[in-house]
Write a protein that binds this ligand. Structure first.
Ligand code: ADP
Ligand code: ZN
Length: 526
């Protein structure tokens, strides 16, 4: 057995590597930079912990979360690996003691918060010590375009340059769209890195989107069909967590709750109740998750639509970590989009983001929200949608294991509707967005349509036999197909698309995939 495998077994008790681990380990052992992109639960930590043990000197791991550092250092020490962390959770004395031990060369791995890289005491140590390598955990924090920007991550290259000899640098992340990936390469100044991706596909997860009339009832029916199974219900606000948890308990579901507004004691107690399956259902905000490692979670339901697909996939991915089948169900309502837009508008600038950069940042967040909304409303394979978003080419034409692949679909001829929609857009001269045009076509007399005298337009009520949601879906489909165009910006407006002429020339037939149930009602209404 090779020395590497011996160490793997001796310290971690594993017989072999998981996909992607060995390449990252080898590269770091050779002193090369690494960019490693692995979904949550794929075994990132080992990629830097094993080389840290094998290389002479001490490895630094830069990590943004105090709780994560504690967990990881705790399990390293238990495994007999001398490790410590340096962050602001330590008292002055504890910190001084840890640093003293570090000076004595007692540690193989030291976890540091990025802010520490500038503290004189730590710098003095780092410049004298033999640093074997530096690992940056949650490397997407370096990107302003990512979801958890940490300005102090930008100081990492300067820190490396200040060392007598630049050690190998490994960057690790679970969430990297191509644009964030590029940002990590640049901002961390990675030098000719070995790049490894494990693949984001989690084959045991079934993805499903539902558009329920009544969310609470829908949730209850989902849970009642999964009694005795463990699951997480994510809500977007603390208030929703309280409500949903109380509602479930009132209906006899053994649910508990978790959000940042609870006392540390209650959070711990509830997390334990969930971990031991005393309460198999956890209702929580996204504060719940970092650091939990429960393998038998059989389903994750999102009661509200999250802000972006990165967040969604990370949270949904907490299901089925044991590799057995599990369900990821998103409950979508148009109201989520409005709430999320509001949340983005109201959000404070993250520390270190200049005022000028803020509007660009918000724009990115709005774009990500748009993508999330497309996921919730697409008729295409959900798994493909996710994988393409993360820059992966999905393998086969469709996955066969998501609600869009398994539910019955029919191609419905919507040419007539398409002409009506186009005529409304033409009549209004590119001034309105999807909602207003849909209201106009459905003949809705509301504040929006009346303010603009839309009830006097020829196209008013042309599709009054249709539901507004349905017309909106058709409009989005026409945008997808290039018959209509949707402008960018805060108030996207509709105009003719490049293919509009085909439609007005009467030379084309427009079809749209609809769920079998929906298309039946569509036909009955005709
Ligand atoms: P990540 O940081 O990517 O979310 P972790 O490093 O926490 O993932 O590892 C996820 C799980 O995989 C852990 O339970 C860990 O014990 C396990 N694991 C890691 N490497 C191996 C390996 N080589 N063989 C078996 N299990 C492993
Ligand atoms: Zn699919």
């Amino acid at each position: 057995m090779s020395y590497k495998l011996e160490m793997l077994q001796a310290y971690f008790g594993y017989r072999g590597f998981l996909p992607g681990q060995e390449r990252a380990v080898d590269a770091l052992l050779e002193g090369r930079d690494v960019l490693s992109i692995m979904p949550t639960g794929a075994g990132k930590s080992l990629c830097f912990q094993l080389p840290a043990i094998m290389l002479p000197g001490v490895a630094l791991v830069i990590s943004p979360l105090i709780s994560l550092m504690k967990d990881q250092v705790g399990s390293l020490v238990q495994a007999g690996i001398p490790a410590a962390y340096l962050n602001r959770s330590l008292t002055e004395r504890q910190y001084a003691l840890a640093l003293e031990r570090a000076w004595q060369g007692r540690y193989k791995i030291i976890y540091v918060a990025p802010e520490r890289l500038e503290s004189p005491g730590f710098l003095r140590f780092a410049q004298q010590a033999q640093i074997s390598m530096v690992a940056v955990d949650e490397a997407h924090c370096v990107s302003q375009w990512g979801t958890d920007f940490r300005p102090s991550y930008l100081k990492i290259p300067a820190f490396l340059d200040s060392l007598p000899k630049r050690p190998a640098l490994g960057a690790f992340t679970a969430t990297a769209t191509p644009e964030v990936r590029e940002d990590i390469l640049q901002k961390l100044s990675l030098q000719d890195p070995v790049t490894t991706t494990t693949g984001f596909d989690r084959k045991n997860l079934y993805f499903e989107v539902r558009h329920p009339q009544n969310r609470k009832d829908e949730l209850l029916s989902i849970l009642l069909r999964r009694q005795n199974e463990s699951g997480v219900v994510y809500c977007s606000t603390r208030k929703a967590v309280e409500e949903v948890c109380a509602f479930l308990q009132a209906h006899g579901v053994a649910a508990t709750r978790y959000h940042a507004g609870l006392s540390p004691e209650e959070r711990q107690a509830n997390q334990d109740a969930f971990a031991t399956d005393e309460c198999p259902v956890m209702v929580a905000t996204n504060a719940f998750g970092m650091g939990i490692d429960k393998s038998n979670v059989r389903y994750v339901v999102h009661y509200n639509m999250p802000l972006d697909l990165e967040g969604y996939y990370q949270e949904a991915g907490r299901a089925g970590r044991d590799g057995s089948p599990a369900d990821c169900i998103l409950l979508y309502s148009g109201r989520d989009v409005i709430t999320n837009r509001y949340l983005i508008d109201q959000s404070q600038a993250p520390e270190g983001v200049e005022e000028e950069a803020l509007s660009a940042l918000r724009q990115r967040q709005m774009d990500r929200l748009k993508t999330m909304t497309f996921y919730a409303t697409t008729n295409d394979c959900l798994r493909h949608f996710i994988l393409r978003y993360f820059g992966e080419e999905p393998p086969s034409p469709s996955c066969g294991h998501c609600s869009n692949c398994t539910e019955g679909w029919e191609d419905v001829d919507i040419t007539k509707e398409a002409r009506a929609i186009l005529s409304a857009v033409d009549e209004c001269g590119g001034r309105f967005g999807v909602t207003t045009i849909a209201d106009l076509l459905c003949g809705r007399e509301n504040e929006r349509t009346l303010r603009w005298d839309l009830d006097r337009r020829r196209s008013f009520g042309l599709l009054s036999h249709r539901k507004v949601e349905q017309v909106k879906a058709q409009i989005r489909h026409l945008v997808d197909q290039g018959y209509l165009a949707l402008s960018d910006g805060d108030y996207p407006v509709l105009s003719q698309g490049p293919r509009a002429r085909e439609l007005s020339a009467g030379s084309t037939q427009v079809t749209m995939r609809m769920k079998a149930g929906q298309s039946r009602t569509a036909r009955r209404e005709r």
